[in-house]
Design a protein around this ligand. Structure first.
Ligand code: HPA
Length: 285
């Protein structure tokens, strides 16, 4: 997966959608419906894009949707590649690298995640303030191509402070409208905030592991996002991360964790999630 491969993919995408793209959105498990919000949409199957691999996991349909929303041209990744599927990190990062070569400057990464924090409940959204890479490998391991970015990228502010402010303001505006008669607490709680810990999966965690990551100080666990965030920052893109909390992590409550339930919870918050994204995008750029 070379720099030239990423340029080739970017040129292919540009040949199908001839507008500068201001932002990209990567949709997590159960959150794919946002792609239907785009006007004048152009859909490109990952299968057709040079050097992309095709997504396999249930709930990830595997296409890039380009179109307009709130007067902005955006690219939406409906489905992503995960390390647990057996792809190399270069394959996992590749779509973000291709988007980078298209000149996309803003990336919104979304995911489904399990909560480690009793104040962040299933069905809630969490703005990612920072992350921990506990996947066991860094996606940038290997020779560095300086045309993507530096050998030793700074990770002090992975999640862009300005984009975070935009997200909080958007959430507040929605809360004002939706819960006009609700308590202050209800209003404040529309978008929680926390640290996302990425693990390789595909198993969910054991209760012992959950206790470990809680001690580390993480608020949510998931199996994606961090490789994308690292690849995006490496290229100097601005990153925003939003987790949809689909379950309490293993052992925090009675019962086990089921992928179908994870997907269904994602779909339950689809409405508010779509509105939040729409408002954030309207303020970007
Ligand atoms: N753990 C890891 N990944 C997840 C979870 C979880 O509990 N829920 C959704 N994705």
């Amino acid at each position: 997966m070379t720099y030239e491969n990423a340029v080739e993919a970017a040129e292919f995408i540009r040949s199908k959608y001839d507008h500068p793209v201001e932002a990209a959105v990567v949709l997590g498990s159960g959150l794919g419906a946002f792609a239907d919000e785009l006007a004048k949409a152009v859909r490109i199957s990952y299968r057709d894009i040079p050097h992309f691999v095709k997504a396999t996991v249930a709930g990830h349909s595997g296409q890039l949707v380009l179109g307009e929303i709130e007067g902005k041209h955006i690219a939406v990744q409906q489905g992503r590649f995960h390390y647990y599927e057996g792809y190399s990190m270069e394959q996992v990062m590749f779509p973000i690298r291709a988007l980078g070569r298209m000149g996309v400057e803003n990336v919104i990464l979304t995911n489904a995640a399990g909560s480690l924090n009793t104040d962040i409940r299933p069905g809630e959204l969490m703005l990612i303030s920072d992350h921990m890479n506990c996947i066991g490998v860094n996606p940038l391991r290997g020779p560095n191509d300086d045309r993507f970015g530096p050998r030793f990228p700074d990770m002090t502010s992975v999640y862009d402070p300005d984009l975070q402010s935009i997200a909080h303001e958007a959430a507040e505006a929605i809360a004002q409208e939706r819960f006009e008669n609700g308590s202050d607490e209800e209003k404040r709680d529309l978008l929680k905030r926390g640290i996302y810990c990425a693990l390789s999966g595909p198993t969910y965690e054991t209760p012992a592991e959950v206790r470990l990551y809680r001690m580390f100080g993480a608020d949510a666990v998931g199996m994606s996002t961090v490789p994308d965030a690292i690849a995006a920052r490496h290229q100097g893109m601005r990153v925003l991360g939003i987790s949809c909390i689909t379950n309490m992590a293993a052992g925090m409550e009675e019962g086990g964790i089921d992928h179908n339930h994870v997907m269904a919870t994602g779909e339950q918050v689809a409405d508010i999630f779509k509105e939040l994204l729409r408002r954030i995008i309207s303020k970007i750029g």
